[in-house]
Design a protein around this ligand. Structure first.
Ligand code: F6R
Length: 617
């Protein structure tokens, strides 16, 4: 939530910051702003709406300085107004600041600052940080510990701030210097040639440099065009570790596609190939993972797995639960990370924890990880963004390797989580009761996934026509059984988040215990009906819907035959192994949601009220 960019170097800062903000817009798009230090003052441009609006605004301000900060906002405290947009400038005019996060004790700090004569011009929590830094900066002598006065005033401020923050600050009398600090919100430093950047995400940096430093919680960095000095909140020094980003700028560009969501849906065959590359054992009967940091012996002692995640990632955990229980016969529990962190669940002694998170920054998932670690459990992470906070705090894990996912609605990250979940189930199963031949059968099935996904994607024109037919409905049900129940949940989530149609996912047989009351000619049901042992039961559920005049969209495997006239629309997917079925079955519902949203004229990549990585509670 919220994207932030800072630049200090030789180039004009504003165009570079705006380019970075455009890449971070998926993190929030309520308003955007930029501040540049030039001619002895902060030149500030802010505007509600998209970064494109801001671009027009900056033209009026003749921003030519080479030192600046910018922000794209997902509103928390205070409405969507120009005044609440960042950057904020302290009431004495000395400090400018951008912030991603929430300051929980802002009311208390504000009262203190009002008493000291500082004034406020927005309703945000952020403005207290800005004024408190200005207060300390005004009082601070040259710091006794050798730190600059600037860093020390930020440090003093943050010692009083409760909540989460990623901040970047400029001081009016210090051209060429930025201070940045984080707790709970991601920040990455880019070390370029005579220029230094800071941003919420590498996509805002890679066009300038591939040398990055992942700032950790509790760290403060003092940046100039050629230096980067990192210390901690408690004044400790930190060794700067420079990493190389492997993404290229092309990975986060739209190319010929209309939306990132479309691009990412069609990228899935390649993404899945990347996610499984090098991850099968030479004998072809199991998976292997480099970074789990846990021995097979330790794995064998586990008698319960616990998975925590949010949203789409939780749906991937639920499919993984099904497969681990099938292949390894070990109980698995899945929980919303946001609930787990507070509910103080009784846990089994030999539990092993997994968290799943595309971004690796979701605050609830991070808190669940920390809670499990606090209780003494090992926690492994399935995560896409290399170097994310979750990846760094976990004891080990598996990277998804699908490249940047920009569309707010998760697609390729989801199917790669399903794939990795299936590989994990195979890996654990082969340590228990799965035979060599069962293992090789699953490995062969998994290797065939990209081709099966290609075949499912070939249905796109047919699905587009179905989307046209149903685009005006106000409610839709998604119904599936076993490992396709989580895909029904995911289908409903995809549809509601990008098209604003009310949608619900249920186990197909559960439908008659309540949701059937919604059925009418205006409420279509999407059924998953693969040709397996429950096919006839799912057909019976369809009959119950049909008897009540509910339209049916049936997603069936190509070897299944439905009674004539039962479904209004049929989407065929290839017949596949149960380990692969949830992945292949996801494709039609991704496409259906996408085309419905486009048909309704929705802003697919930037759905209202949402942001891609949820770094506030
Ligand atoms: C929905 C979606 C969200 C995320 C959720 C967790 O399309 O993307 O539900 O899955 O916010 O995000 P990560 O995986 O980054 O922890």
């Amino acid at each position: 939530m919220c994207g932030i960019v800072g630049y200090v170097g030789k180039q004009k800062a504003a165009p570079l910051i705006i380019e970075g903000l455009k890449r971070l817009e998926y993190r929030g798009y309520d308003s955007a702003g930029v501040a540049v230090l030039q001619d002895g003052r902060f030149a500030v441009a802010k505007k509600t709406g998209r970064v494109a609006n801001l671009e027009g605004e900056t033209a009026k301000h003749r921003l030519h300085g080479t030192h600046g900060i910018g922000h794209t906002r997902w509103a928390t405290h205070g409405g969507v107004t120009d005044a609440n947009a960042h950057p904020h400038v302290s009431s004495d005019g000395k400090i400018a600041l951008i912030h991603n996060g929430v300051i929980e004790n802002y009311a208390h700090i504000k009262k203190f600052l009002l008493g000291k004569g500082y004034t406020f011009s927005s309703e945000t929590d952020t403005e207290v940080l800005c004024n408190l830094i200005a207060y300390h900066y005004a009082k601070e002598p040259a710091a006794a510990n050798g730190d600059s006065r600037f860093v020390e005033s930020v440090r003093k401020t943050l010692r009083h701030a409760e909540g989460t923050y990623g901040i970047v600050i400029m001081a009016l009398d210090l051209p060429g210097e930025l201070v940045t600090a984080r707790k709970g919100s991601p920040l990455i430093l880019g070390l370029g040639d005579g220029e230094t950047l800071v941003a919420s995400d590498v996509s805002a940096i890679v066009s300038r440099t591939q040398n990055v430093v992942y700032l950790k919680d509790g760290e403060i960095a003092h940046l100039t065009p050629t230096t980067c000095a990192i210390t901690t909140l408690s004044s400790g020094t930190v060794q700067t570790v420079v990493d190389k980003v492997t993404w290229s700028i092309a990975d986060s560009e739209l190319g010929a596609h209309a939306h990132f969501m479309e691009k990412e849906i069609f990228e899935q065959p390649t993404a899945l190939e990347n996610a499984m590359r090098g991850r099968f054992a030479e004998d072809g009967s199991t998976a292997r993972f480099g970074g789990l940091n846990i021995t097979p012996g330790e794995f064998r002692t586990v008698d319960r797995f616990m998975f925590c995640a949010c949203g789409t990632a939780l749906h991937a955990c639920m499919v993984t639960e099904h497969l681990i229980e099938r292949f390894a016969r070990i109980p698995v529990e899945c929980d919303y990370a946001s609930e787990f962190r507070y509910r103080n669940a009784p846990l089994f002694r030999n539990s092993l924890f997994f968290v799943m998170s595309q971004s690796g920054e979701t605050i609830d998932t991070l808190a669940a990880l920390r809670e499990a670690k606090r209780k003494g459990y090992k926690v492994l992470a399935i995560n896409n963004v290399v170097g994310s906070t979750i990846a760094r705090e976990a004891d080990g894990g598996i990277y998804q390797h699908v490249g940047p996912e920009v569309g707010v609605a998760s697609t390729k990250a989801f199917t790669s989580q399903l794939l990795i979940g299936a590989m994990l189930a195979l890996y654990i199963g082969r340590m228990r009761d799965l035979s060599f031949s069962e293992g090789t059968e699953i490995v062969n099935a998994l290797k065939g996934t990209p081709d099966l996904v290609r075949q499912a994607l070939a249905q796109a024109p047919h699905i587009k026509a179905i989307a046209k037919r149903f685009a005006k409905v106000t409610d839709m049900l998604f119904l599936g059984r076993m490992s396709l129940f989580p895909i029904a949940l995911e289908g409903a989530l995809k549809l509601k988040e990008i098209s604003y149609i009310h949608a619900e996912g249920y186990p197909a047989a559960e439908m008659k215990h309540g949701p059937i009351a919604l059925i009418s000619e205006e409420c279509p049901s999407v059924f998953f009906a693969p040709n397996n042992e429950l096919f006839n039961k799912v057909v019976s559920s369809m009959q119950e819907i049909k008897a009540r005049k509910g339209p049916i969209i049936a997603i069936i495997t190509e070897d299944a035959e439905l009674p004539a006239g039962l479904a209004d629309e049929v989407i065929r997917i290839p017949r596949c192994h149960e380990a692969v079925l949830p992945i292949v079955a996801s494709i039609p519902v991704q496409l259906l949601s996408y085309y419905i949203a486009v048909e309704r004229g929705c802003d697919v990549d930037k759905p209202r009220n949402l942001a891609k990585s949820v770094t506030v509670e």
